[in-house]
Design a protein around this ligand. Structure first.
Ligand SMILES: Nc1ncnc2c1ncn2[C@@H]1O[C@H](COP(=O)(O)OP(=O)(O)OP(=O)(O)O)[C@@H](O)[C@H]1O
Ligand SMILES: [Mg+2]
Length: 318
């Protein structure tokens, strides 16, 4: 079994490799790794040109696994991403031509440009790790991770993801404009062509790492903490729809994974606190009055983190 120290070193090596191409937000790299170890999918949101594609490409490159990119467009059909049977004249039979969903890491670029039918083919792939082609099910690769990007600016020809689909993403991460120092470093670095990305680990390493994450210890008190956080979102008067049980499960799995990425075999409250916004905010639907007042899901979660304490079991008993 992978030790905490080995895990931390592995994470640092990957982060260093990604850092050769993507500058500025080591916290995002840590969250991508956490998503990978908890077998989750991630939605990256940000305006054009803030390095969404650059980050995902560097991430996949450092992992040494198969990588496919799908550019979503309004005319993209489900079969374009799942694959289809093509008639082979010579053999006089139908061959399966696998689509880009057959890969370890799938970059679904601008997912909100695809029509609903294609989005739901994507959804099946994400939730079931399989696709249906002409009524027949096919397993997808392992490890499997979808990294989708979307542009938050409402435009024509954009189909905003419905809540049900957002819930399938373990986390939503927001990429903003870089700080001035980061942007300056980027300008200087781009005078010379970037080096090719080196593969730091293999698919086998990732599978072992994922298994190790499942063994990370979480105390009963922290389980209760997770339950308190999710129920806060369900009871809040500004919230129309609180987070689903998929969110509590996500918090559990991701906090174990983050603990391991940071070199621990047990979860601490800070793991959960750090993940609360990326895992819960995108699943909450606010009341329209609250929305008009400018109250955001993130604020509700920050409020929950401030108000809810981790209650030690011995303290509860007394
Ligand atoms: N933080 C950064 N680190 C390294 N390069 C960056 C950074 N920010 C922007 N760039 C550079 O800016 C350019 C645009 O980045 P990229 O194509 O990844 O953006 P994007 O967010 O995917 O944009 P779009 O939404 O248009 O697809 C690339 O050349 C990229 O290398
Ligand atoms: Mg892009």
């Amino acid at each position: 079994m992978l030790s905490g120290t080995e895990s931390k070193e592995q994470a640092q090596k990957i982060a260093a490799e990604i850092g050769k191409h993507y500058l500025g937000r080591p916290d995002l790299i840590e969250l991508l790794l956490t998503g990978l170890l908890s077998r989750g999918h991630i939605l990256l949101e940000g305006v054009p040109g803030v390095a969404k594609t650059t980050l995902v490409k560097a991430f996949a490159g450092a992992l040494g696994v198969d990588f496919q990119r799908i550019q979503f467009t309004p005319d993209l059909l489900p079969a374009d991403i799942t694959g289809s049977y093509v008639y082979n004249m010579r053999e006089q039979e139908f061959d399966l031509r696998k689509g880009p969903l057959f890969s370890n890491i799938v970059l679904a670029d601008e997912i909100n440009r695809a029509p609903a039918k294609t989005q739901s083919a994507m959804l099946e792939a994400m939730a079931e790790q399989q696709v249906t082609i002409e009524g027949e099910r096919h397993d997808l690769h392992s490890p499997y991770m979808v990294l989708a990007t979307q542009n938050p600016v409402e435009q024509e020809g954009v189909y905003m993801l419905p809540e049900a689909q957002l819930d399938r993403f373990l986390m939503k991460l927001h990429l903003g404009f870089p700080r001035r120092e980061v942007e300056r470093a980027m300008l200087r670095r781009y005078r010379k062509a970037p080096a090719a990305i080196e593969e730091v680990i293999t698919a086998e390493d990732i599978l072992a790492w994922q298994r190790a994450a499942e063994e990370v210890h979480i105390s009963e008190e922290l389980e209760e903490y997770i339950l308190d956080l999710v129920s806060f979102t369900r009871k809040h008067r500004s919230v129309l729809l609180g987070v689903s049980p998929r969110a509590s499960l996500g918090l559990l799995r991701a906090s174990r994974a983050l603990a391991l990425v940071r070199g621990r075999d047990y979860v601490i409250p800070d793991d959960i606190r750090l993940l609360a916004v990326p895992i819960m905010a995108h699943r909450m639907v606010m009341h329209s009055e609250a929305e008009l007042e400018g109250i955001r899901a993130e604020q509700i979660i920050h409020d929950a983190l401030k108000r809810i304490a981790v209650i030690r079991k011995d303290a509860k008993a007394s």
